[in-house]
Every structure is written in structure tokens, then in C-alpha cells.
Design a protein around this ligand. Structure first.
Ligand SMILES: [Zn+2]
Length: 113
């Protein structure tokens, strides 16, 4: 399952940040996830405790902030928030736009005890 490997990737990234704090108990992990990232957040939240079991992340909560995907339409020269890949510009219905963000998957901060 795709979400399991994402959970593993989150833990790997956090482990690198915590390499000098091997005994720290992680309280929460703050993630910033772009609206265009193909991930099921409910599955991610469900999988995380399973993947984190018996690690220093076993008590950790995932705190997810979804980042809107801003796009710039080169046709009508307007910015808009795109909901999903492949949708058209809400102003002119065109497809000639540039996606500026919304594809990030970032571990923003780690809260430890
Ligand atoms: Zn447009």
C-alpha cells in the first residue's frame, strides 16, 4: 500500500533529524501536504501508528496541513487554486496554466519530549 511507504518515508526523514536525540519521544510530526499530492490522508493517519509501532514514533501524532495548489493561468492572467490535476481554469475554462505549488510533501517540524 502506497500510504505505508509514505509513512516509512516520514519516519526515515524524521530519524535523520533526530539522529542526535535517539532517546527522544516524539509527540507529533507536522506535515505540509500539497493538494495535488496523490495521497489518501485518512489512510495515512490510519497506517502511521502501524508503521511507527515499537519505535520512538509510536506515540507520535501526525498533524497535517493541506496546502492549496496555486496556479497561474497564462490565458486570462489570473491566479487560482486548483483542486485536482487536469481541471481547467475556473475563469476562462482553459488549460494553459502553470501549477505553482501543491505538490509538496514536507516534514515541517517535529515535536519531542
Ligand atoms: Zn484562465
Amino acid at each position: 500500500m502506497h500510504e505505508i511507504s509514505l509513512c516509512q518515508a516520514i519516519i526515515d526523514t524524521a530519524n535523520k533529524q533526530l539522529k542526535n536525540l535517539p532517546n527522544a519521544v516524539v509527540v507529533s510530526l507536522h506535515l505540509s501536504i500539497g493538494a495535488l499530492v496523490p495521497v489518501d490522508l485518512d489512510s495515512l493517519l490510519f497506517c502511521f501508528p502501524l508503521v511507527a509501532k515499537e519505535s520512538q514514533f509510536s506515540q507520535a501524532k501526525l498533524v497535517i496541513t493541506t496546502v492549496a495548489a496555486n496556479s497561474f493561468c497564462k490565458n486570462c492572467l489570473k491566479y487560482f487554486a486548483i483542486q485536482q490535476r487536469g481541471s481547467s481554469c475556473p475563469n476562462c475554462e482553459g488549460y494553459h496554466y502553470q501549477v505553482l505549488n501543491g505538490e509538496e510533501f514536507l516534514l515541517k517540524s517535529i515535536e519531542i519530549q
